[in-house]
Design a protein around this ligand. Structure first.
Ligand code: URA
Length: 240
């Protein structure tokens, strides 16, 4: 469904692994110091497959973990996990060939839809989930009962959920009587549902629209995914 990104130029591959600068690795390649699958390769532009090709510099083998990033439009009915003995997981929805070491960045409830990042980049996941980084998550919620006048203020003040948990200030934007966008910075268990429960309402449908700078691509149907673009990855890394 989406294209593999494991093919790249030999000089980029070596530079990415800090074998040298792009100029230095080009020279190394031209001097015949690099072998690909047992053959000396002297052209820096040659495309290599970072997942499968065996690449040696001066007889030393290199290993390259391709970092992968996908945006999934999660459907209801699948669990936010890498694997599960009984239930379909979000990672099961990614093509078999690309599934290695992938995991979802955070969790959406089984019945929640929308944006979920699937990756093998533990550093980025940690950064996006760390409460210290203040990454905003925006949800669209449909409610059982009409919103009340005081709800916006209550969300903005920080809702007391129970004795142990008071939510950080959150933004509630009314769309219609029973629909709203909610922006939160935390990701506690059932957080949005529990926030509305605290206002004696109930979430009857929930969809995540964005996480930090990354906005759900509305051209993706439920269950579909695509690779993130370089710009999207950079923006997430920089928390822009
Ligand atoms: N809040 C919830 O209640 N559920 C989710 O899946 C995400 C946020």
């Amino acid at each position: 469904m989406s294209k593999s990104n494991s093919m790249l130029r030999l000089d980029k591959y070596l530079a990415d692994l800090s074998v040298g600068t792009r100029t230095e690795v080009k020279q190394m390649i031209r001097k015949g110091r690099v072998m690909v699958n047992g053959n000396t390769e002297t052209s820096p532009e040659t495309k290599v497959d970072s997942n499968h090709d065996k690449i040696f510099v001066d007889s030393r083998e290199l290993s390259y973990v391709t970092l992968e990033y996908f945006m999934l439009n999660k459907p209801a009915g699948v669990v936010s996990a890498s694997n599960d003995k009984k239930q379909t997981t979000v990672v099961d929805l990614i093509d078999e060939a690309k599934r290695k070491d992938l995991f979802p960045v955070g969790r959406l409830d089984k019945d929640t839809e929308g944006l979920l990042i699937i990756t093998n980049d533990g550093d980025l996941a940690h950064q996006l989930l760390s409460p210290k980084k203040h990454v905003d998550k925006v949800y669209f919620a449909k409610l059982r009962d009409p919103l009340k006048k005081e709800d916006e203020e209550a969300f903005a003040a920080g809702l007391k959920i129970d004795e142990e948990f008071t939510a950080l200030p959150a933004k509630l934007e009314r769309i219609s009587e029973q629909e709203a966008y909610v922006t939160i910075r935390e990701g506690k268990f059932h957080q949005i549902k529990r926030m509305f429960e605290a206002t004696r309402n109930e979430v009857i449908y929930l969809k995540r629209i964005s996480m930090g700078s990354l906005v759900l691509d509305e051209s993706l149907s439920l269950g579909e995914y695509r690779e993130l673009t370089e710009e999207e990855i950079e923006a997430l890394r920089e928390n822009r």
